[in-house]
Ligand binder design. Structure first.
Ligand SMILES: *[C@@H]1O[C@H](CO)[C@@H](O)[C@H](O)[C@H]1NC(C)=O
Ligand SMILES: *[C@@H]1O[C@H](CO)[C@@H](O)[C@H](O)[C@H]1NC(C)=O
Ligand SMILES: *[C@@H]1O[C@H](CO)[C@@H](O)[C@H](O)[C@H]1NC(C)=O
Ligand SMILES: *[C@@H]1O[C@H](CO)[C@@H](O)[C@H](O)[C@H]1NC(C)=O
Ligand SMILES: *[C@@H]1O[C@H](CO)[C@@H](O)[C@H](O)[C@H]1NC(C)=O
Length: 460
């Protein structure tokens, strides 16, 4: 009796996920251009209507959030609040749910933690945390699991990229002061995940989106990886997660984190950078807890909650003797890789694309270096040639089959601007439109043709 009830519920659960846990296979979309706006995804109409500009070298005009906020200091917060509420709202959550997706990755800037911004020299909209909390509540209600992604880092992690929030050639993330701010950010989000009720379906926290690929240009990144994990696990230990219950700590989360940091002052467990990040994060958490619109109960037990999965771009993201994030792991950790063939992964022909994807060995190559589980946190359908409808269906199938060999995939993006001026942009970059146009199957776990790689796979 009991057995058959269990089998029944298993039968009917379908792709349902348990909030806060990693789905057994990730089928997801990125909520790109929401909390980190990328003008190219909505530049043809929406961005220009907001007051933004378009130019070929993005640092030379108002083509990212920073110059926009600098140019419009009095109206930027209201304009962005409007964007946040319309670009991703309940209608999108319903569509994500309807399409059977189980995960979203949410790109965020450091400036969503407003205490980290030096307003004398840095310019960003305020109020993103309120929008995030609203969206997380809706996602949790829909049973969608969430990866929080530190997408745009303090000081900017790559040159001339809209996704950093500030198109500039002045890349300063890889410095002690900015690493410290990123670690504080990590401490704040670890605390929020375990204490704020809206964060109940968050299961992973990603340390850095797309650092520079040449490791020689990212000094200190390996130390940052170690410190990131140390901050996340220290906040969790302070809150009683994965700690024997005999351990007494303050019931006030801010005090618990500060006490934990102080009590490890002379131990080898926490270095001074991690201690400082913990204390900064603890203070910011108390401020967020006391702020109208973001308030939460700082005196709530997190005991018994599962720890966050720490998440890094995989070691093979970088070349030139990169640090291996596997060396930093304490507790659950996962790895992320992004593949954009339109940026030159293979020769620019349909055959070369298929040959490459059908023989992808990234999952195996990463696993050999301890980078497992691996998900493909960004991919899409763009190509370097005019692709036929038939090819895009094959291309979607082949990528899904390749990425599903790992922990799963997260398409970039859930949508992009649809307008006459934007032309074919949404054809290759929008999951919602890719399903409408028939390139992507309505059920994300399926493909049109499971044999799509026949004739392309080479036996090694
Ligand atoms: C979400 O925003 C869109 C505009 O982008 C709007 O058409 C739609 O009605 C909104 N949905 C809800 C539920 O407010
Ligand atoms: C928790 O401790 C912090 C720091 O001492 C304090 O600012 C805050 O008011 C306390 N919160 C509660 C709910 O006691
Ligand atoms: C750490 O060492 C310093 C200097 O020896 C000492 O003053 C301090 O009390 C120690 N802190 C702890 C928590 O043991
Ligand atoms: C959109 O893509 C189709 C199919 O490749 C092509 O025929 C059409 O010319 C494209 N339109 C624009 C505006 O690029
Ligand atoms: C599936 O793809 C393979 C390889 O391209 C092809 O030989 C086969 O005919 C396709 N099957 C269908 C049903 O389209």
């Amino acid at each position: 009796m009991r057995f058959s009830l269990l089998s029944l519920s298993a039968l009917f659960s379908g792709t349902a996920v348990i909030a806060g846990s990693m789905p057994s296979k990730i089928y997801g979309v990125n909520l790109g251009s929401w909390l980190v706006l990328e003008a190219w995804m909505l530049r043809k109409v929406k961005w220009l209507n907001m007051g933004g500009e378009s130019c070929s070298t993005c640092s030379s005009c108002i083509a990212s959030e920073f110059p926009f906020a600098q140019a419009f200091p009095d109206t930027v917060d209201g304009i962005f609040a409007g964007h946040w509420n319309t670009w991703f709202n309940q209608t999108d959550v319903d569509t994500i749910k309807e399409l059977g997706l189980n995960t979203v990755r949410i790109p965020m800037g450091y400036w969503i933690v407003e205490q980290l911004v030096d307003r004398t020299v840095e310019f960003y909209p305020r109020g993103g945390m309120v929008a995030l909390i609203r969206g997380l509540g809706q996602l949790q209600e829909a049973g969608i699991s969430v990866i929080l992604d530190h997408h745009a880092l303090p000081g900017v992690q790559d040159s001339e990229q809209m996704f950093t929030g500030h198109c500039t050639t002045n890349v300063e993330f890889y410095t002690d002061a900015n690493y410290l701010r990123a670690l504080t950010w990590a401490g704040v989000f670890t605390g929020l995940t375990h204490l704020h009720p809206a964060f109940g379906s968050v299961f992973a926290l990603e340390a850095v989106n797309e650092p520079i690929m040449d490791a020689a240009q990212t000094p200190g990144y390996g130390t940052y990886q170690q410190n990131f994990v140390s901050v996340v696990r220290s906040v969790e230990e302070s809150l009683g997660i994965n700690v024997p219950s005999s351990q007494a700590s303050s019931s006030n989360a801010t005090q618990a984190i500060i006490e934990f940091s102080n009590s490890n002052q002379n131990s080898s467990r926490l270095n001074p950078t991690v201690q400082t990040a913990l204390i900064n994060a603890a203070i910011i958490l108390a401020e967020i807890a006391l702020t109208k619109d973001t308030e939460f109960d700082l005196i709530k037990s997190a005991r018994g909650q599962p720890p966050l999965t720490t998440n890094f771009m995989d070691v093979n993201w970088q070349n030139d003797n990169p640090p291996n994030p596997a060396a930093a792991a304490m507790g659950p950790q996962a790895y992320d890789n992004h593949l954009y063939y339109s940026q030159g992964v293979a020769d620019p022909t349909p055959e070369a694309y298929m040959q490459s994807i059908c023989n992808l060995n990234r999952v195996q190559a990463d696993a050999a270096l301890g980078n497992s589980p691996l998900w493909f946190g960004e991919w899409g359908l763009p190509t370097q040639f005019d692709a036929t409808d038939e090819f895009l269906s094959q291309w979607a199938d082949a990528q899904k089959l390749a990425y599903s060999q790992g922990a799963g995939w997260i398409f970039w993006n859930f949508k992009v601007e649809v307008s006459t001026l934007a032309g074919n942009l949404s054809r290759e970059w929008s999951y919602f439109d890719g399903v409408k146009l028939g390139y992507l199957t309505k059920d994300p776990s399926q493909v049109h043709n499971a044999s799509v790689c026949d004739g392309f796979t080479t036996t090694s």
